[in-house]
Each structure stands twice: as C-alpha cells, then as structure tokens.
Design a binder for this molecule. Sequence first.
Ligand code: PEP
Ligand code: MG
Length: 536
Amino acid sequence: MTEVLTVTGIGVCGGRAVGRAHRAGPAVAEPDVRPDAVPADDRPAEAARAEAALVAVAEGYESLAATAPAEVAEVITADAMMARDPVLAGGARDGVLSRGLSAEAAVWTAAGELRERLRGLGGYLAERAADLDDVRVRAVCHLRGEPATRARPADGPHILVADDLSPADTAALDLSQVSAFVTERGGPTSHTAILARMLGIPAVVACPGAADIEAGRLIAVHGDTGLVDLRPPADEPVTVPRPRSAEPLSWAGELADGTPVGLLANVEGEPSAVASAGAGGVGLLRTELLFLDRPTAPTRDEQAEVYRRLFRHFPGRRVVVRTWDAGADKPLAFLGFPDEPNPALGVRGYRATPVGSAALDTQLDAIASAAADTDAEVWVMAPMVSTPVEAAEFAAAVRRRGLSPGVMIEVPAAALAADRILAEVDFVSIGTNDLAQYTFAADRLATALAALHDPWQPPLLRLIEMVGAAGAAAGKPVGVCGEAAGDPKLAPVLIGLGVSSLSAAPIALPALATALTGLTLADCRAQARAALGSPS
Ligand code: PEP
Ligand code: MG
C-alpha cells in the first residue's frame, strides 16, 4: 500500500504550524469490569489476548518514536517500556485467569492499579503515572479493533486533530498549547472554524483522512491551502503556539464619501488588543461560550461580574451582547436540553430561553446591572428569532431594563419579515452562518455541503439585501456578524447591500479596513449588483 503523504481539507484560518498530532475525541467507553465474565476454559486464550494487546501498543509507540525528533522519541520510548512492563502484563494475565475478567477489563484494571502504585511512589515515577492512562486506552482500542482515538495527554504544544470539536469539547482543552487544528468534519462556518479564527491559529476543517492521523505523528498544517503534510522534514522546528498578533486596526468609521461603516469585533472571552484598542466596539459577544463548562447556571451576580469586566474594555463604545444561544452543537449543561431528532431545527437559541424563562430573565438582569456600572454602550440581541412577535416580546423585556434591543436575523423567515421585525427593535444583526444553513437546508456541520455555506451564494445575498433595504427604510442599523463579515472581498458587497457594520474575529479587521479604504457607497453598490447578478 502506498503511504499517504498529505491530506487536504478546507483551510479556515491561515498560517502554518508544525507539531505533534494530539487526538481529541470521545472518551473511550470504560470496559465492564464484572468478574467471571469469561468461562474458565476460555481464560488462557483471553489472557493471551490481553498480553498481545500490550505488546501491540508497545510496538505502536516504538514505530512512532522511530520518526520522532530525539526529545519526543525519548518520551514515547518510555511509554513503550511501560506497555512492556512485566508487572502490567502479569497483572492483566492474573485478572483474566483468576478473576475471569475480559481482556479489556483486565488490562484496564491492571493499568489503573499500577498507576496508583506509581503515584504513591512520588517523584518522576508519579509524573509518568498518567501515561499509563494512554497505554490502557490504546490497549482497549486495540482489543476492540478501534483506532486509538485518544492518546497521550497533551503535555506540551501540539496540533489538535479531531473528528470535530464542539465548543463544549474545547471548553475542556488547554487551548494555550494548541498550535493548529485539523478536523475530519465541520465546514467554514462550524464552530471549530470560528474558534480557530478567534484564536488566530492555523486550521483545516472538513479534512477526509484526519481520522487516520495517528496521535504523536509530526505533521505540518497549512491553514491557507488546507493541506496537512504527514511527513514534514524531521528537522522542521515545532511551532510553539502563540496568538498571531494582528496588525493594528486603523479605520476612521466611514467610507471615502462619509457613509458611516462600523468595524466591530466578535468576542467570546478576554478581548484581544485589536478588539479593545482598534475596533469600533463589539458586534457579537457570544455569551454562551463564556459559560459552556458550567454544570450549574451562573447566578446573576456571577454573570454581571464577567460582563462588567468585558464592558470595561469599551468605554464609550458599542458592545452588542447576544443572549444565550444554546442548543444544537452548543448545549449548555445548565439548561438541560431534551434529545431531539434534529436539534438544528429544534429548540435552540431564543426558543430555548424565551422571555419569561428564568435563564433569560437572570441574564438580562445581569447585563443591565453590568451596563449600569460601566461606560460601554450596551445593546442586547436575541439569537434565532423567527417572528415579529418573538422580536416584540424580547424588545419589551430588554427595554424594561433600560437597554437597547435587537435581534439576529438567522432564519429565512426573519429575513423575509425584516421590516416588521425592525418595527419592534432598534437594530438587527445578520448571522450569515445560520442564515446560510437554513436558506440552503444545509447543515453547517456537514462537510459535504460546505459549498452551500459560501456566503457569495446569490440567494443568501438577496436575503441580506432585503434586510438591508428594511434597515434603510426604518433608519435602523443592520450589522453582519457571521463569518461572512470577515471576508475582505465580500465586505464592499455587504455594505452595498445595505449593511452598516461588520463584526468579525479581531484578526480579520485590519484586512477589512484595507478592503474598504478609498471606496464610496456607490462603489460598494456596484459590487453588490455584480454579485447579485451572478447566477452562482
Ligand atoms: C451566525 O449564525 O452567523 C452567528 C453569528 O451565530 P453562531 O455562529 O454563534 O451560531
Ligand atoms: Mg447563529
């Protein structure tokens, strides 16, 4: 069989990184450790299976070590020695022969017991105890005929390789150690892509073959072309993750003819320097991402503290706070979502936390309290609103708290009713990621449908034009805060369609300013007409 040297997906955040692949994936299901699961006659063969699995794991480590740079090879070789440890093999054999455990259960238990003993010894051996988790996971995967989806704990800079990463998965990761992402699934507007752009690290999504990249392999990721090199030169220096620093943003807030255009930042945590120094403010604060890892609902005071800290970066500037957008690929544990056959079309966004729900009431109170304590100009919008009635209910709840209400336009029904919705609220913001998903009936996580999420698709542009026209008629702002807003070539088109502000990952803002500099509204309209007139 010829060796695969490269795999290719969609590059969603530029740049290049070289590092060890670290697999993130579903945790391996723990084996059933019931005694007497194996009849006495079958135990010798089952014990042999357990021992053979440990040998296979050791061999796997040894082949990884063969191509690794010296310092990494040393660590992997130590793991191979652990997998070959006679105490471990003896413990596993004994578990099968005398307790009747299955091979999986016997390896699992023996490695767990050995790990505890090493921990008790302290020092270097205790530090290596965690590596036994990797050994036992690999052994169990081998026995089950599954790929080793989880590998050695990431103990240094690495390239995260995953089937897909939901924001909930990433909440558990130490992202400061991640120098690039590669995912098998996802698309340009999946949350993995959004996260990568936020962090400004190279990323390739929708990459068939990513699932076969072994943990520990040295790979190079080219975020611009979508190429993943599985055999970079062995002397290639490993990239240490460091947030890419964007150029400073210089934007006067208007086109060459004086038409005001806001360039705002999408924020989901501590704002970067570009966001807090150069941007006109925040066009989308994804609040759900601030509390994803919370098992219980954050209280009003806890939330207010977090919002206050963020608002303080933007005195005198706009901060558009989005209320909980939970559900589908962003389940918030503390909201307890039901199992739905089709969650993207189910109870998500505003539908999950409508006016009157305790979760929304508490959040609005917290936002109002933080806004009152700072000088930021706080606007509040709801995600996934579908009807003018929902918009009216939400607007009333926000106005009662002295804040300015808006809604996101993410559902075609809302775009079609934009004039009526704008009669209820002070502004709208178009979420092109979801609007494309629902306009084309194409799941934004579906790799095969990525072309339908291309924001240049004329039907999507027509919907944006409708919303832009409704905004102009009402004299109210229309923003775009989906990933489309970060495309510098599309920026003049969006402005020409009637959009008044673009909100994107901070790293994308300087290029947007460059793209718009020198253009007038008439130039932008001409570009919009050309794009709308294109058949595809
Ligand atoms: C969108 O749908 O375009 C959007 C900005 O919201 P999210 O990506 O968080 O769903
Ligand atoms: Mg959305």
